[in-house]
Every structure is written in C-alpha cells, then in structure tokens.
Design a protein around this ligand. Structure first.
Ligand SMILES: Nc1ncnc2c1ncn2[C@@H]1O[C@H](COP(=O)(O)OP(=O)(O)OP(=O)(O)O)[C@@H](O)[C@H]1O
Ligand SMILES: [Mg+2]
Length: 371
C-alpha cells in the first residue's frame, strides 16, 4: 500500500494528499460552519469521499462518519451495526478529549459503552432499540457542552432511501430546525436519487423549502490531469513516457479516481502501463453503464433510453426532436421534450452547450452507446 501519496488508492484524509480541489475544500469547510445541511455530489470516483474526509479533519469540529452502503434493503439490525462502528470510531477519536462524551452517549437508550475499552453496543432487539432522534438530541447537547458544533457526515447518503422503517428525512428536518449545534453533511453519486430522497422540491417532504448548500466535485482539466500524473510519478521516482501520460489523460477524462488507479497500476508494473489505460477505461464504462441502467429502471417510459442514445453526440433541439419522433413514430410536444431534457440535465448526465445538448461525460457517452 502506498502511504500518504497522491496515488494511494484509499480516499484521502489529509490536506497534504489532496490534489487541487482547494476551492471546493474551502467551500465545504465554510458550509459546515454555516449551514445545517450540506450536500457533496459528483459522479463516481470523482473524489467526494476524499473531499469530505479532508474537510472533516480540517474543520476542527468533532464528527461522526457514517458509511451506510447496504447490500440490499437494510434491516434495523444492519443499521445498528453500521452505527455501532461509527459511534465507536467517534469515541475513539474524542473519548480522551471530552469527558462528557461517554456520559452523554451512555444515557441514550439502546447504546451501551464498555469502559475502559470504549467498545460500543447498539441494541437491535425490539423494545430496547435506540431512537435516532434521541441520539441526535444527545449529540446536540454534547455540542452545547463542548461549545463546538458536531458534524454528522453520511457518505453515499442516497443509500438511506432504502430504509423504510424510519422517517429519516423527518429526523433531518427536525435536526435542521431545532438542533442548532449539529451540522449534517451528505455525499451522493446518485444525484437524482439523493435529491428525490431529500425531497427539497416536494411540498409533502419534511425538508421542503429548507436551504441546502450543494458542492460539486469536478473533473480535472487536461492541464491539471497531466500535472497530477506527473507529480504522482515523480513522487514515486518512476519515469513514464510523456506520450503515455497524454494518452491516459485523453482517455480517462479528468476523473481523479481513474487517474489515481492508472498511476497506481503503472507503479505496480510500469511495463503494462499502456494496456492499463484500456482496462481502466473498460471498468469506468462498466460502472457508467450500470449507473445509466439503474436510472433507466426508475422510469417507466423507454424514451430516456432513446434520448441517451441520441445524445451520445452533440445535437440541437430540432434534431433531437426529429430523431425521437422517428424512433417513436409519433409527434412529441416541446413541453415533454423539455421536461425529459431538464431531468437529464438536473441529474448531471446531460449538459447544454450553447444551443446543443450532449451527455457531458465522454465515458458515460461510451456507456450509453452500449445500452
Ligand atoms: N483530490 C484528490 N487528490 C488525490 N487523489 C484523490 C483526490 N480525490 C480522490 N482521489 C483518489 O481517487 C480515488 C477516488 O476517490 P474517492 O473515493 O474520494 O471518490 P468518490 O467520489 O468518493 O468515489 P465513489 O463514487 O466510488 O465513492 C481514490 O483512490 C482517492 O485516493
Ligand atoms: Mg465515495
């Protein structure tokens, strides 16, 4: 494993290892200071977790980090297990600093803490279950005590939408309105799923109308990508020909996760550097295709599929409309087309360039061709 280097495959946790993204980092830290709810979104492998983890370490507030990636529909027991790890990690980091922390958390129903090992149990038995609301209130009290906000960071938060037995957005709204010492930060790669789950634009959702600060991770420019790879290779003291670096940059499209993986595989075996580009690209396209298929499975009509295929090249409105009408053998009104395109733009799948539309990410364009 590469420790503390640009091509280390683990999400980065310290500012020193975070390439670029200074502006996003400052924005995230500031938003954690100011806003009850912040969301970091971006496509897969674009550096969301790294940005979040570095910001948590830099903001100076105690934080609980939760990674709720469930396999399928999670039960209370699955959730309790994830929370147990998060609370234990929280205690390990701050148990020595703040004496009140153990006292306060111990009093939350369903949580038991063993002293002096600080190992945590979260009960999942009926009747003894922990109430998340109670935990949030306890954390808010703790924050008041230590005179510092506490951050609750949930990575890939769209996963929480799989939980059906707990009104999570209502809890968020309650925290937003009443627990002034908490800051909630969420990340998500399934942007559409996340926003739908949060329901900011849905009057029937508890979070309706609340301000949420949204930060996006972005693709590196060509120059930044070149610089990132060159810095990474020079850190490792290996020499990769300029033309190979250029090719990787052209293919991998500024997505920092794929660039990191490329760098790492070249480090492992410099001889296979060129073939690695193709392999990584294949992997990236596969993930892209899975994401598109997941999105398509949420909509009943097949129109999105047709649209995505049309938008693998840059097209003007009239052209899109004509192609769609030909495909469906009927006329389509402007409003319908507008709504479909808007949805794809909202999901960051499609972008509008002057008067044309196209799938924004070249890797996703290749994936759409395979649908
Ligand atoms: N700013 C950065 N500087 C250096 N390496 C980075 C940076 N951001 C991300 N990476 C690297 O890119 C890879 C993906 O990063 P990370 O896990 O943070 O992205 P992600 O968007 O959370 O991915 P996923 O969608 O799979 O959860 C990791 O190997 C990480 O070390
Ligand atoms: Mg992540």
């Amino acid at each position: 494993m590469l420790q503390a280097m640009l091509f280390d495959l683990q999400p980065k946790t310290s500012r020193r290892d975070l390439y670029d993204f200074d502006r996003e980092l400052e924005e995230l830290i500031k938003s954690i200071e100011l806003n009850p709810l912040t969301v970091v979104v971006g496509i897969r492998r674009s550096g969301k977790t790294s940005l979040l983890r570095v910001a948590l370490n830099e903001c100076g507030y105690p934080y609980i980090y939760i990674d709720p990636r469930f396999y399928s529909a999670p039960t209370y027991r699955d959730f309790a297990y994830i929370l147990r790890n998060s609370v234990e990690d929280f205690l390990r980091r701050y148990g020595g600093v703040y004496r009140r922390i153990v006292e306060i958390l111990k009093n939350v129903k369903g949580i038991s803490i063993d002293l002096p090992t600080l190992s945590v149990e979260v009960s999942w038995r009926r009747g003894e279950r922990m109430e998340i609301g109670e935990l949030l209130i306890a954390l808010d009290n703790l924050a008041k005590d230590i005179k510092k906000p506490i951050v609750i960071a949930i990575d890939e938060a769209q996963e929480l939408s799989k939980i059906t037995w707990m009104p999570i957005t209502r809890l968020f709204a309650y925290a937003y309105d009443n627990l002034r010492n908490l800051r909630i930060v969420l990340t998500g790669s399934e942007i559409g799923v996340l926003f739908k789950f949060l329901g900011i634009e849905d009057p029937s959702s508890p979070l309706y109308g609340r301000y949420i600060h949204v930060i996006k991770t972005r693709r590196l420019s060509r120059e930044e990508s070149m610089d990132f790879l060159e810095k990474g290779f020079s850190e490792l003291g290996i020499n990769i020909p300029h033309n190979i670096i250029e090719r990787a940059v052209d293919e991998l499209d500024g997505i920092i996760g794929w660039l990191t993986l490329f760098g790492y595989t070249c480090y492992l075996n410099p001889g296979t550097c060129v073939e690695n580009i193709d392999k990584i690209l294949e992997q990236a396209i596969k993930i892209g295709r899975e994401e598109l298929e997941k999105f398509l499975s949420t909509s009943r009509s097949t129109r999105y599929k047709t649209l995505l295929k049309i938008l693998t090249t840059e097209r003007r409105w009239s052209e899109i409309k004509m192609l769609l009408e030909t495909e469906e053998s009927r006329t389509i009104n402007d409003r319908t087309l507008y709504e479909h395109l808007k949805r794809l733009i909202d999901l960051s799948i499609v972008e509008k360039k002057n008067d044309s539309y196209i799938i924004s990410d070249p890797i996703l364009r290749k994936a759409a061709q395979l649908l």
